[in-house]
Design a protein around this ligand. Structure first.
Ligand SMILES: *Cc1c(COP(=O)(O)O)cnc(C)c1O
Length: 371
């Protein structure tokens, strides 16, 4: 096999998709409750997304960031209009968005520390990895970038001091199993940052773009950051990341400070504009909250489920059987795509267009597993 040995892949090859369904090379249909890891928020082959990408690909794909393009400028304006943002730096992934955020924080307070929470996940590049305090991911790649301090989420506020450049935190931790930070905890961190002039940066790479039932998770948590990072669902499946910069940090970057050749091209920007058209709609977001509640309620009926947590369609179930084995059986025996984020944790990230009938179907398939 000529693919690098960095993933434990399942023995399934997909060839097409529609809505919440994928079809493999044998013609078998699968119900997708992972959505490319919170990427395909519009589902597969959404007609408006496909049409916009086709149209833009035939017009203009790339020109570099030495010039403007209409889809990119419009996207930046829309992201700012619908958040605390004053400006947006575009990139191509979540890790890169966090790299940009870390550089922004360091330039704001030179040589300052970046405080992160234990169990956080911010990406795999060196800066983002240094902000990801997980032994198995970090240890083989030491030495890491200096200047990161990892503490329990509940101790972050107390850890902020005059040497702190920023707190970088996921409002809901995704990769470590959908751990929701409380409004009180985040408000405490906000106050601690304000006291010393440190930046509060939310990593909304997974929680953004409607995943939790509001366009951004911070809107439901009632705490506004100074910057936030986006990627995953931003361009409906195409690779795009962004750092949204609020008023406090607006003057920090100047030309030459940061850049990326591919970033914010017209093709991915056109896709992201369609993703926003569909998702940034109160009726759509209300449905995300409703289907999310239905999923939580249904999962609680399963005999091996101990507890369920989450927001909107970002849901995890704590179970009393081995989660990685169950996820594999769900895939191979029931054609249901879910994933395990830990030994006893299952995560559900269906596309946001998922129907109530498909929620019921997914839980029925889990029931049929007979565990
Ligand atoms: C996935 C993820 C990242 C990394 O994104 P990549 O596009 O894989 O680099 C960073 N932060 C969070 C919260 C994520 O879920």
């Amino acid at each position: 096999m000529s693919l690098a040995n960095t993933y434990a892949r399942y023995p399934v090859e997909f060839v097409s998709g529609e809505g919440a369904w994928l079809t493999d090379s044998k013609g078998e249909r699968y119900l997708d409750f992972l959505a490319g890891i919170a990427v395909n928020n519009l589902g597969h082959s959404h007609p408006r997304l496909v049409e916009a990408v086709r149209e833009q690909a035939g017009r203009l794909i790339h020109v570099s960031n030495l010039f403007y393009t209409e889809p990119n400028v419009r996207l930046a304006e829309r992201l700012c209009a619908r958040s605390f943002g004053e400006s947006v730096f575009f990139c191509n992934s979540g890790a890169e968005a966090n790299e940009a955020a870390i550089k922004l924080a360091r330039k704001h307070r030179p040589r300052g520390d970046v405080i992160v929470a234990l169990n956080a996940f911010h990406g795999r590049t060196y800066g983002a990895l240094s902000a990801t305090p997980q032994e198995a991911k970090q240890a083989p790649f030491a030495p890491l970038v200096p200047g990161f301090r990892a503490v329990e989420a509940s101790d972050v506020a107390a850890a902020v001091d005059a040497d702190t450049a920023a707190v970088l935190i996921e409002p809901i931790q995704g990769e470590s199993g959908v751990n929701v930070m409380s409004s009180e905890l985040l408000a405490g961190i906000r106050a601690a940052c304000d006291e010393v002039g440190a930046a509060l940066i939310f990593d909304e790479v997974q929680t953004g773009m409607g995943r939790t039932g509001s366009l951004w998770a911070y809107e439901q948590l009632g705490v506004v950051p100074d910057a936030m990072t986006l990627a995953k669902g931003l361009a409906g499946g195409l690779p795009m990341g962004a750092l949204v910069i609020g008023p406090k940090l607006q003057e920090v970057f100047v030309p030459g400070d940061h850049g990326s050749t591919f970033a914010g091209g017209p093709l991915v920007s056109a896709a992201a504009n369609v993703a926003l058209d569909v998702i940034d709609d109160e009726t759509f977001l209300a449905r995300v909250r409703e289907t999310g509640e239905r999923l939580v309620a249904k999962l609680q009926e399963l005999p091996y489920v101990v507890s369920v947590r989450g927001r909107g369609l970002m849901v995890a179930a704590e179970i009393n059987v081995e989660a990685p084995k169950l996820a594999t059986r769900a895939l191979l025996e029931q054609q249901l795509i879910i994933n395990a984020t830990g030994a006893t944790t299952l995560r559900f990230l269906p596309p946001l267009i998922v129907g109530a009938d498909e929620i019921d179907e997914a839980v029925d398939r889990l029931k049929k597993l007979d565990i």
